[in-house]
Design a protein around this ligand. Structure first.
Ligand SMILES: NC(=O)c1ccc[n+]([C@@H]2O[C@H](COP(=O)([O-])OP(=O)(O)OC[C@H]3O[C@@H](n4cnc5c(N)ncnc54)[C@H](O)[C@@H]3O)[C@@H](O)[C@H]2O)c1
Length: 510
């Protein structure tokens, strides 16, 4: 079968659905590929690049008469009219919001696969174009903000004075938000972030951000998407948004609830209270914006000197990167629908991913697909697939009080009854526990591996000390030394076991 890659007709579009590399990969699956002349020009994919890779460069007619047409944006009415009956069109389609498009595609008697309808399950992540684009867009949002912001992101102490780091507040910890957090933290900013889904807190922290805690009822998402906030949740978060935005130099907002207008989270009064020179990048601008004053595709400077960017083409501003990712998502889809690698597209409606993307099949409307009831969370932009967060075993206030009172009682008992020098040693031990609790509790996730090395070294010292004492005549010392050797050994050998398991995760196997 022949796959055609057209030039995008949407005004200002820079992306192309295949690069020379991904077109060659499609050919490796047995397809012929023809790319419209000039299709990749704005994504650093000149006609010569395709030709050099052995991919045919042809006319628009060559492309639109193909068995399969793959593009970025939904086809226009004219483009649908150019598809031959029985052809397959693959692109983003927003089928839930485009009933007319679905009807037109059905009337043309084609099969239509919507790349933006890939279910958010782990197995389909390699085909998830929305995640690919949001990842690039989140990164680019930080670059745009840095470009507008009048100071550096990283804090420095120089001979000419002290520069504080930029304070970035990210709203929404989905794919775009996590990419923004990672990029801003890597540039040296102090990053804080909030999401209504509590399960993303760990990912925020692992990327170098601080998750802003709000005391409100929330539930772990079962499909990777948030639900609309209740009135109580809105009330609980309103003051936090106001305070965080006013304290921030840069706000990047990405909050989205699928199928709904963007929730309005930062209100006019808050924007007016932000420092002059602050920058807002409202990534939800296309859906109405999270921030008051946002205008889609516009750069707005408020009368208080706050710049609000409502660009909706952030992924397209890194056209080469996004086209490569989109093209790779397409190749991964084709791997799934070409099981024999024979250049023949075969749709399996029993497969949840293939069923999920099929909007129209041979002229029959298939939208909407049955709901996917698999638990999944969106992929952390640059990190591995996320695991649902274990609930934290938090100590209640009453529990904490009981521990403190118990410790004071024990401290008093030992000091009152034990012979010298046990009280001195015991005092040092108690102080070490308190200091250690606060110091280690504040260590960033990213530093846990070096922290483990330090605790292993401490365990080594404990073993040496306990070995010296284990031959003592005093039974109590002998017992305590034996227990110390046992516990420290568990830490040392456990460390080896964990390291082995971590290394095995990176091993490609034989
Ligand atoms: N401007 C651009 O060029 C561009 C490009 C790609 C994506 N986007 C947009 O960026 C946004 C994010 O995309 P995504 O793929 O990361 O979506 P996503 O669904 O992965 O993330 C959205 C996040 O917002 C959170 N959220 C919802 N309501 C919230 C609230 N009231 N407070 C805090 N968090 C809330 C959700 O829990 C979710 O984690 C979308 O609006 C998308 O359309 C814009």
């Amino acid at each position: 079968m022949r796959i055609g890659i057209p030039r995008e007709s949407k005004a200002g579009e820079t992306l192309v659905a295949a690069t020379a590399k991904t077109a060659t990969q499609l050919q490796g699956l047995g397809y012929d590929v023809v790319v419209e002349s000039g299709a990749g020009a704005l994504a650093d994919q000149a006609d010569e690049a395709f030709a050099d890779a052995g991919v045919t460069v042809g006319s628009a007619d060559d492309v639109w008469s193909s068995d399969i047409v793959v593009k970025i944006n939904a086809p226009s009415a004219d483009e649908i009219g150019r598809l031959r009956a029985g052809a397959t069109i693959i692109s983003m389609m927003a089928p839930a919001r485009s009933p007319e498009l679905v009807e037109q595609l059905a009337a043309q008697g084609v099969t239509a696969l919507a790349m933006d309808a890939v279910p958010r399950i782990s197995r389909a992540q390699s085909m998830d174009v929305l995640s690919s684009m949001a990842n690039v867009a989140g990164y680019r949002a930080v670059v745009e903000a840095a470009h507008e912001f009048g100071r550096m992101f990283t804090g420095q102490v120089t001979a000419a004075g002290k520069m504080p780091p930029a304070r970035v507040f990210v709203i929404g910890g989905g794919v775009a938000g996590l990419a923004a957090i990672g990029a801003a933290a890597a540039m040296g900013a102090v990053v804080r972030a909030f999401d209504v889904r509590p399960e993303v807190a760990e990912q925020v922290e692992s990327l170098g951000g601080t998750f802003v805690e709000v005391d409100f009822e929330s539930e772990v998402s079962t499909d990777g998407y948030a639900k609309e906030m209740t009135a109580e949740q809105e009330a609980a978060t309103a003051a936090m948004y106001d305070e965080e935005a006013r304290n921030a130099d840069i706000v990047i907002s990405t909050a989205l609830i699928p199928g709904r207008p963007a929730p309005r989270l930062v209100h006019e009064g808050t924007v007016a209270g932000m420092k002059p020179g602050s920058v807002v990048v409202d990534m939800a601008a296309a859906n109405g914006g999270n921030v008051a004053g946002t205008e889609a595709d516009q750069r707005v400077v408020t009368e208080h000197g706050v710049t609000i960017l409502g660009y909706t083409d952030l992924a397209g501003r890194l056209a080469a990167q996004t086209s490569q990712l989109f093209g790779t998502n397409i190749v991964n889809l084709f791997k799934l629908i070409t099981p024999e690698k024979d250049g023949v597209l075969t749709l399996d409606m029993d497969d949840v991913v293939q069923r999920g993307v099929t909007v129209v099949q041979d002229g029959s409307v298939m939208w909407p697909p049955p709901a996917v009831t698999v638990s999944a969370t969106p992929q952390a932009a640059p990190a591995a697939a996320p695991a649902p967060k274990e609930p934290k075993p938090a100590l209640t206030a009453r529990g904490k009080m009981a521990v403190v009172l118990g410790a004071i009682a024990l401290f008093w008992l030992v000091n009152a009854t034990a012979p010298d020098p046990i009280p001195q040693h015991f005092t040092v031990l108690m102080l070490s526990i308190v200091i250690g609790y606060y110091v280690i509790g504040k260590v960033a996730h990213a530093l846990h591996t070096p922290l483990m090395s330090v605790t292993n070294a401490i365990s080594g010292v404990v073993v040496v000390g306990a070995l010296v004492q284990v031959a003592s005549d005093d039974n109590l010392i002998r017992i305590m030394s034996t227990v110390a050797i046992l516990l420290a050994s568990i830490n040392i050998f456990g460390g080896f076991a964990v390291t082995r398991r971590m290394l095995a995760m990176f091993s490609k196997g034989a």
